[in-house]
Design a protein around this ligand. Structure first.
Ligand code: PNS
Length: 166
């Protein structure tokens, strides 16, 4: 069975991530979406919330049955090996992503030559899109409906509302 890992912060999942999930799942028998738990980027959403958002999106927006979502901690390459994955999936939006992604992919390959990183070029309509952009718009109450799956739009606004009411 060919297993792939699609790792990321997913803070929150965007339509760009969903596009990669759908395309990458065609490449493997099982795609594990690994949500990084203790992220130096200090995520807005807890790992549990990010996992739940992705599960909700997979359930409501796709008919994929070969996708599993879970949080992970520590080195990605160790997590991938533990899951018997043979590929790591990453999306490339623009040349600005490339240098960082190349370095990480090469380092991971040095650490474990049995696991390769496969890059998906993001679909053109999502090439500008990132979770950071979504948060920047949402914090000012802007319209994020064209950036994240509709089933999580309200949850993103709710998070900012709950932070403001503390
Ligand atoms: O969505 P992101 O924030 O671009 O995802 C980055 C991620 C989670 C893929 C990366 O930070 C990662 O793999 N972190 C786990 C620690 C690790 O293995 N780092 C790379 C060692 S060179």
């Amino acid at each position: 069975m060919k297993i792939g890992i699609y790792p990321g912060s997913f803070d929150p999942i965007t339509l760009g991530h969903l596009d990669i999930i759908v395309r990458a799942s065609g490449l493997v028998d099982k795609l594990i979406i690994g949500v990084l738990q203790n992220n130096a980027k200090k995520p807005l959403f807890t790992a549990e919330e990010r996992v739940e958002f992705i599960e909700r999106v997979i359930k409501e927006k796709t008919n994929l049955t070969s996708v599993q979502v879970e949080a992970f901690d520590g080195l990605l390459i160790n997590y991938a090996a533990q899951k018997n994955a043979s590929i790591i999936v990453r999306g490339l939006r623009a040349i600005t992503d490339f240098e960082y992604e190349l370095q990480i992919a090469q380092t991971n390959h040095k650490l474990n030559t049995k696991i390769d990183t496969v890059f998906f070029t993001t679909s053109v309509e999502y090439s500008y899109l990132s979770s950071s952009v979504v948060k920047e718009i949402a914090v000012y109450g802007g319209d994020i409906r064209q950036f994240v799956p509709d089933c999580i739009v309200q949850s993103v606004y709710d998070k900012y509302n709950s932070i403001r009411s503390v």
